[in-house]
Design a protein around this ligand. Structure first.
Ligand SMILES: Cc1cc2nc3c(=O)[nH]c(=O)nc-3n(C[C@H](O)[C@H](O)[C@H](O)COP(=O)(O)OP(=O)(O)OC[C@H]3O[C@@H](n4cnc5c(N)ncnc54)[C@H](O)[C@@H]3O)c2cc1C
Length: 452
């Protein structure tokens, strides 16, 4: 039902960023409506049923190192749903696999992932990260400008040595973000080192991560299946923002645009140079196949790992596999098979059966006989899965935030303003809300903590 209140704030997009923004705006007493193109909330943080199990369509797990999402979980009473994710991990590279446990770093050596000579540079890099990086915010890209000019691959090699970079850092960036390390600045491996230096570990929520976005959605007004086509700033100071939507024109006091860069570029009329700079962010694509199995994997299958990370450049078409039963989140078994960029492009228009067959075939070298165990499947595609953090991007984000003119009624909150993980997306939403709360109520933001 359309609300039509020109004094309200409209948030475009009901992903974790838009929902975090709307939740905070509503908590500050401002009238707010979220407009969402799909028929359900969550975007890239949503969960769907596959067979007897659950498939995460986007975000697979959260980290104890996160800084914005824990507050949301506490506010929404979701902490009791937290469940640990196994630290057991498998790295795969052309015919070879290594197993280790992220909670026992020395298992990287006993499992053969690292050689003795890799240890000294890796340990030295770890100590430096604990000293220099552990306390830095990992949700706010604008605070990482000092690592902005360095190539991520070069920086990681210099900091942690060739061995750790090739065997762990590169597969992590490939497996988690479907990206190559050298397409990112040092800010990306820098934040990964900060998480590791904090001793961060993975967790999820019983019922899936969609539980978080669904709970947030319950706290705000959302109009579903309405697409925003255009957002225009007021023609004169004090005027209204004009939104053109699939259901007609509407006015608002302010708007938060919380959609990925391509969608935001189509929506935002006349972007200013600082806006155009952040909107130019490239993304990796996502192609995921959720394979439901009749029975959970046996203890030793896939090395007992929750996640398989595939080394970039290997002959496997995959980036990663996640094993649902090893998240302790209940329900039946689902393998979430995530393709690398070449395969995601090649299979972009392939039908469900073709993608499912490619997923099964790609996992079978590690799990013989898989084809006979799959009972159901789902395929998810993301044209814009995860934003890169290219050289110079942290500075572009810092500039956008610092130079956003006072009184600006249109604020960007897409994930291209941050790192490719949900905590950073939530931060972007909270930051946008804090800006508007300060502008519209004249009051300093109550729970800011989101920086300048
Ligand atoms: C495959 C994959 C795995 C990931 N794994 C992890 C992980 O393990 N851990 C982690 O923390 N993060 C992970 N991430 C990243 C995380 O999912 C994102 O950072 C986060 O969900 C982005 O949220 P968002 O709100 O910025 O964008 P989105 O979730 O994309 O939300 C944008 C919303 O806007 C809507 N929309 C778009 N255009 C319009 C329009 N014109 N009008 C109205 N509505 C519109 C969309 O339908 C969508 O609901 C992963 C992402 C992917 C794709």
């Amino acid at each position: 039902m359309r609300s039509d209140r020109p004094d309200e704030v409209v948030v475009v997009g009901a992903g974790i960023a838009g929902l975090s923004a709307a939740h905070r705006l509503a908590a500050a007493g401002l009238p707010v409506t979220v407009i969402e193109a799909e028929r359900a909330p969550g975007g890239r943080m949503s969960t769907q049923a596959v067979g007897e199990g659950l498939m995460e369509r986007g975000a697979q797990f959260l980290s104890t190192g996160y800084e914005s999402i824990p507050g949301l979980l506490a506010t929404l009473g979701l902490e009791e749903r937290i469940t640990t994710v196994s630290g057991r991990t498998m790295v795969a590279d052309d015919g070879r696999t290594w197993r280790f446990d992220t909670r026992r770093p020395l298992s990287m050596v006993s499992g053969g992932l690292l050689r003795g000579r890799d240890l000294v540079p890796a340990a030295r890099g770890g100590w430096a990260a604990r000293r220099e990086l552990a306390a830095r915010p990992t949700n706010d890209l604008g605070r990482w400008t000092d690592l902005d000019e360095r190539d991520g691959l070069e920086w990681a090699r210099e900091r942690f040595g060739q061995g750790l970079t090739r065997r762990l850092v590169s597969p992590t960036v490939h497996g988690l973000y479907f990206q190559e390390l050298d397409a990112n600045s040092a800010a990306l491996p820098g934040t990964l080192a900060a998480f590791s230096a904090r001793g961060a570990s993975a967790f999820t929520l019983r019922g899936g991560l969609g539980t978080l976005t669904s709970a947030l959605a319950e706290t705000v007004t959302i109009e579903y299946e309405v697409r925003v086509d255009r957002v225009q700033r007021p023609e004169s100071p004090g005027g209204h923002v004009v939104l053109t939507t699939s259901q007609g024109r509407r006015e608002a006091a302010a708007a938060v645009i919380a959609v990925p860069a391509g969608a935001a570029t189509r929506i935002l009329a006349d972007p200013a140079p600082d806006e155009a700079a952040v909107l130019a962010t490239p993304y990796s694509r996502g192609l995921l196949a959720g394979l439901a199995l009749a029975e959970p994997l046996a203890e030793d299958e896939l090395g007992g790992a929750y996640g398989v990370l595939v080394t970039p450049g290997s002959s496997s078409p995959l980036a990663a596999v996640a094993v649902h039963s090893r998240t302790n989140a209940g329900a039946g078994e689902v393998l979430t098979v995530m393709f690398g960029q070449d395969a995601a492009r090649r299979l972009a228009t392939a039908d469900h059966a073709t993608v499912r067959a490619a997923a099964v075939e790609s996992v079978e070298p590690w799990l013989p006989g898989l084809a006979d165990r799959v009972t159901d499947s789902r395929v998810t595609r993301w044209q814009e899965a995860m934003p890169y953090v290219p050289i110079g991007h942290a500075e572009a984000v810092r500039r956008y935030r610092a130079r956003l003119p006072a009184g600006s009624p249109v604020v960007l909150a897409g994930d291209y303003l941050g790192f490719p993980w949900s905590d950073s997306a939530a931060f972007n939403g909270l930051w946008a809300a804090d800006r508007l709360v300060a502008e519209l109520t004249g009051a300093p933001p109550e729970r800011s903590g989101t920086g300048p």
